[in-house]
Design a binder for this molecule. Structure first.
Ligand SMILES: Cc1cc2nc3c(=O)[nH]c(=O)nc-3n(C[C@H](O)[C@H](O)[C@H](O)COP(=O)(O)OP(=O)(O)OC[C@H]3O[C@@H](n4cnc5c(N)ncnc54)[C@H](O)[C@@H]3O)c2cc1C
Ligand code: FES
Length: 279
């Protein structure tokens, strides 16, 4: 059960580059900060500068409680103004942190094989899921976990260490510098026939193109799949309606959901990528 979100002023404990254009932000928060569920995210903003005015959504990569405070880790890629500003924050800087927000991943008890499929920093929420332990709870029986991680090059496979030794690992890079040479969904397509459709669950997070490929790949299978969607967000709490996606509601009807509040995790089969065509 998700806890009510908190708003807190966090203090940057460490901000370190982990690959070109990628950084790991470690934030100290009050002990009272609500516990995140894997797949949930936080909205962060620098309160000392007026811009960017709006906070930015980032998935929880790691969360732990230590004596007297909580520690939140975020794995980030520099994309534009906001993430560039966060990448330059020094130790001791403050950040406003709102969260945890949204609905995370869920795993039915009958799932025996979990496939984690990530592109780039999409590895963040899946690494948290793996380490938080809900994949391997006592009631999960003999559940196997295999991670498919994709990135442009080997050095952009950020977060690899969070998977190595904790599950079976299949890597794919665009330049072939680590693992399969090509998109991670192509590697998954090669292996897919080896998994039992009834007891397999795919949990995925990555760029829109990866999620679309996954949707096409799974269309004729009965494999269950949940994906974490990335939409631009202004409020993160369902107030601005800026993150709406179209959803299949059955009998050809189209519904609308907010990624921040109803997601970011959705069943892949319910998403309408192009309402005018797919609907
Ligand atoms: C639920 C959720 C979880 C996320 N988790 C992570 C994470 O763990 N690590 C991480 O690095 N990033 C994550 N993101 C993406 C991150 O929020 C964006 O990269 C960031 O908001 C960009 O802000 P900016 O100011 O740097 O770029 P801007 O200047 O706002 O935008 C630069 C460019 O990126 C595009 N863009 C901005 N935001 C998004 C978005 N959300 N989706 C697609 N394109 C976008 C814009 O259209 C523009 O072209 C997540 C997004 C969501 C919705
Ligand atoms: S970001 Fe405002 S409603 Fe989703």
């Amino acid at each position: 059960m998700a806890e009510k979100p908190s708003v807190a002023i966090g203090q940057v404990m460490e901000n370190r580059s982990v690959a070109p254009g990628h950084f790991l932000l470690t934030i100290q928060l009050p002990l009272s900060f609500a516990t995140p569920i894997p797949g949930q995210f936080v909205m962060i903003r620098d309160p000392e500068r007026g811009e960017p005015l709006l906070p930015r959504p980032i998935s929880v990569y790691d969360f732990q409680r230590e004596e007297g405070h909580a520690i939140l880790n975020l794995l980030c890629r520099v994309v534009g103004r906001g993430t560039s500003l966060f990448s330059r924050l020094n130790r001791g800087s403050t950040l406003t942190v709102l969260g945890p927000l949204g609905r995370g991943f869920t795993i039915d008890p009958d799932v025996r094989q979990v496939l984690l499929v990530a592109g780039g920093v999409g590895a963040a929420p899946l690494a948290f899921l793996l380490q938080e332990g809900s994949l391997l709870k006592p009631d999960s029986g003999k559940r196997k976990v295999t991670a498919y991680l994709g990135a442009g090059t080997s050095e952009l496979l950020t977060g690899l260490d969070r998977f190595q030794g904790f599950c079976d690992l299949r890597a794919a890079t665009d330049d072939g510098s680590c693992g399969y040479c090509g998109p991670v969904t192509e590697l998954l397509a090669i292996d897919l026939g080896g998994y039992d459709a009834k007891s397999t669950l795919i949990l995925a997070c990555g760029p829109a193109a990866m999620i679309r490929s996954l949707d096409l790949l799974l269309r004729d299978t009965r494999i269950r799949c949940q994906v974490s969607l990335e939409e631009r967000m202004a409020c993160g709490v369902g107030a601005c309606q800026g993150c709406v996606v179209a959803i299949k509601e059955g009998e050809g009807r189209i519904g609308y959901r907010m990624v921040c509040k109803d997601g970011p995790v959705f069943d892949i089969g319910e998403i309408l990528w192009n309402p005018s065509v797919d609907g």
